[in-house]
Design a binder for this molecule. Structure first.
Ligand code: RET
Length: 310
């Protein structure tokens, strides 16, 4: 087949397996559309970052990283790549949803590679906003990695054992939900103000969306109930809500929050300069500018030292 339009499926048909249940051109178009959206939001988040002082950009950078990774994953999926045919546990030749096939279904492992990078960053966005201590952040991110990896192994499993992995993933998701609903919420309340408000809005939104993912999995990689095009739309809508929409809410919530308010110490270049040339500041911060035992003279009056640390 030739002619104008989306040729991705034809060009990459070398990886196709006869009778495998795969996305059609509609699915491919949709994946490319989400790819473009993720790319555009990355540029927007980067643009907004440059309007903030250097020390207050960390949330912009994390969020832009999330949509940038998703943009690449969606490019892969639109191109029908980053996928592998897997024998379905339930072959449904007479399904109303058009999933009848030789028995294999394409499983996009690219999705999980995206999530394994981006879901910890989403949680980091949220947990830093709530002022959660580092050990709790690490425990929550570990549960998140377990959730995604078990989801991937389950998706690649051909027998009913796949549901065992799904169950482990659910346990991990419940742990994350507990951390957000009880632990992080308490820390956010201590901070109060905009940080608390932003955490509550984004946290509740995130949890609601995240609990829909295992349902999408059960209908696609798990139960083989909906067609890969339907899977594309289901996960695509969820990913748009979980990344660009969540990101906009979070960045907007941070418009009046400074990182130091959250107990974060982010040094920007001006701070660096003032430490070096205003040893008094560095000593006050507990950092010796020239290392231990250095013979530090009076401030040199370097032009970059005009910034003070507040
Ligand atoms: C799986 C299957 C195993 C059980 C559970 C899952 C949950 C996945 C989630 C994914 C979130 C992805 C996001 C992507 C952003 O674009 C792996 C589907 C619980 C919650 C937020």
């Amino acid at each position: 087949m030739s002619g104008p339009g989306n040729q991705a499926l034809n060009i990459n048909s070398v990886v196709a397996q006869h009778g495998n249940l795969e996305i059609t051109n509609h699915g491919s178009d949709w994946y490319y559309a989400v790819c473009a959206l993720m790319g555009i939001t990355t540029l927007v988040f980067m643009g907004l970052a440059f309007m903030k002082p250097q020390g207050d950009r960390v949330f912009h950078y994390i969020t832009a990283g999330i949509t940038a990774v998703a943009c690449i994953a969606y490019f892969a999926m639109g191109s029908n790549l980053g996928q592998v045919p897997i024998q379905a546990e339930f072959v449904r030749p007479y399904s109303r949803w058009g999933v009848g096939s030789a028995g294999t279904r394409e499983i996009f492992y690219a999705r999980y590679l995206d999530w394994v990078i981006t879901t910890p960053l989403l949680l980091l966005d949220l947990l830093l906003t709530a002022g959660v201590p580092t050990p709790t952040i690490l425990a929550t991110l570990l549960a998140d990695e377990i959730m995604i990896i078990t989801g991937l192994i389950g998706a690649l499993t051909q027998t009913r054992f796949k549901w065992g992995f799904w169950a482990f993933g659910m346990l991990a998701l419940f742990f994350i939900a507990y951390e957000l609903l009880f632990d992080a919420r308490r820390h956010a309340s201590v901070l109060g103000g905009d940080a608390k408000r932003t955490f509550l809005l984004c946290g509740n939104f995130l949890l609601f969306i995240w609990f829909l993912y295992p349902i999408a999995w059960g209908l696609s990689e798990g139960g083989n109930v909906i067609h890969p095009d339907g899977e594309a739309v289901f996960y695509g809508v969820l990913d748009i809500l979980a990344k660009p929409v969540f990101g906009i809410l979070l960045i907007w919530g941070h418009r009046r929050i400074s990182t130091s308010q959250l107990g974060l110490r982010v040094r920007d270049r001006s701070h660096f300069a003032s430490e070096k040339y205003n040893p008094g500041n560095a000593q006050r911060d507990g950092v010796h500018p020239e290392g231990p035992g250095a013979n530090v003279g009076p401030p040199t009056g370097h032009p970059m030292a005009t910034h003070t640390n507040v």
